[in-house]
Design a protein around this ligand. Structure first.
Ligand code: PDD
Length: 285
């Protein structure tokens, strides 16, 4: 049984409780972060803490915990649960007022903060990275502020189910003819030495992994182009891949039933995965 963190307490998971009036539950009025753990250490905690603050600011929500205390809670959960490889999920909501109301509650309302670990042995050595993944394209009908990491994940969740139904691994979402991102990851195509990904805007979540991978790519003399691309362009690309805190860099080998190149991961995505894992491990804390 896991030990989780709720509002200042470390508790067995079956004793952790949140109110039925919680704004996260009733209104999806909450934000979250997922930080990966490798070798028992946190990957890019700083990046996640900065994005968390930005999400809170954009929603006019207070931050109930200092960055130092948040780091301490992450480390303590890793220790208490003996996590070598996996993830830490963090969620902050606007708390639980005494009744349901569309208006934000009094700012004095205590917020809800929850963290739990997800143990994933073999996360870095994931065999899926050698095979690559298959995606379908679906319409992106999410709200207009995808740059804020809110807990309203119903459409991404439905997208994942559409992918499952189609017998593939994930879905790339398309808006006005251009790929935005995957259901829970950023999307890229590769042409020659060039990596192409949509530019950061309210249309996508600016991944912490994305920032790191684009930097490593440039340091490795690869060219990075931040621009829109279509599914048609992606299907003719040499390679494609996704990035996220839970998948790192993962090759994509098929889009809407069309194999990319020879249908195997190629060179660029596996190399970026290796560089990302090496560099992140070195910098982990
Ligand atoms: N998802 N885009 C979306 C829509 C995401 O949900 C995520 C992360 C990303 C990648 O961000 P990062 O590199 O910071 O993980 C992009 C997390 C992993 C999740 O929901 O589980």
């Amino acid at each position: 049984m896991r030990t989780v963190y709720v509002n200042g307490d470390y508790l067995p998971e079956n004793e952790a409780k949140v109110s039925i009036f919680d704004r996260g539950f009733l209104m999806a009025d909450g934000v979250y972060e997922v930080t990966s753990v490798l070798d028992g250490k946190l990957i890019d905690f700083d990046g996640h803490a900065v994005r968390l603050q930005r999400s809170l600011d954009e929603l006019d929500m207070a931050n109930p915990i200092s960055k130092e205390d948040l780091l301490e809670v992450h480390r303590e959960l890793v220790r208490l649960n003996g996590i070598e490889e996996g993830m830490i999920y963090l969620q902050i909501t606007r708390g639980a007022p005494s009744d349901r109301d569309f208006a934000f509650p009094d700012p004095e309302t205590p917020q809800t903060i929850v963290l739990f670990t997800q143990n994933k042995p073999g996360l870095a050595d994931n065999p899926a990275a050698k095979k690559g993944m298959k995606v379908i394209s679906i319409e992106d009908i999410r709200w207009g502020r995808r740059d804020i990491k809110t807990v309203q994940l119903l459409y991404p969740s439905m997208g994942k189910m559409m992918a499952k139904k189609a017998g593939v691994d994930d879905a790339w979402m398309v808006q006005d003819g251009f790929v935005t991102e995957g259901t829970s990851n950023n999307a890229y195509i590769v042409k020659g030495n060039k990596i192409i990904t949509r530019e950061a805007s309210p249309d996508i979540l600016k991944g912490i992994t994305r920032t790191a991978v684009l930097r490593f790519a440039q340091e490795a003399q690869m060219e990075v182009e931040e621009r829109n691309f279509t599914i048609e362009e992606a299907r003719e690309a040499d390679e494609a891949f996704i990035t996220s805190a839970s998948t790192f860099v993962m090759p994509v080998v098929e889009i809407d039933g069309v194999a990319l190149g020879d249908g195997t991961p190629g060179h660029v995505a596996p190399r970026l995965r290796e560089i990302y894992l090496d560099e992140s491990r070195k910098a982990a804390g």
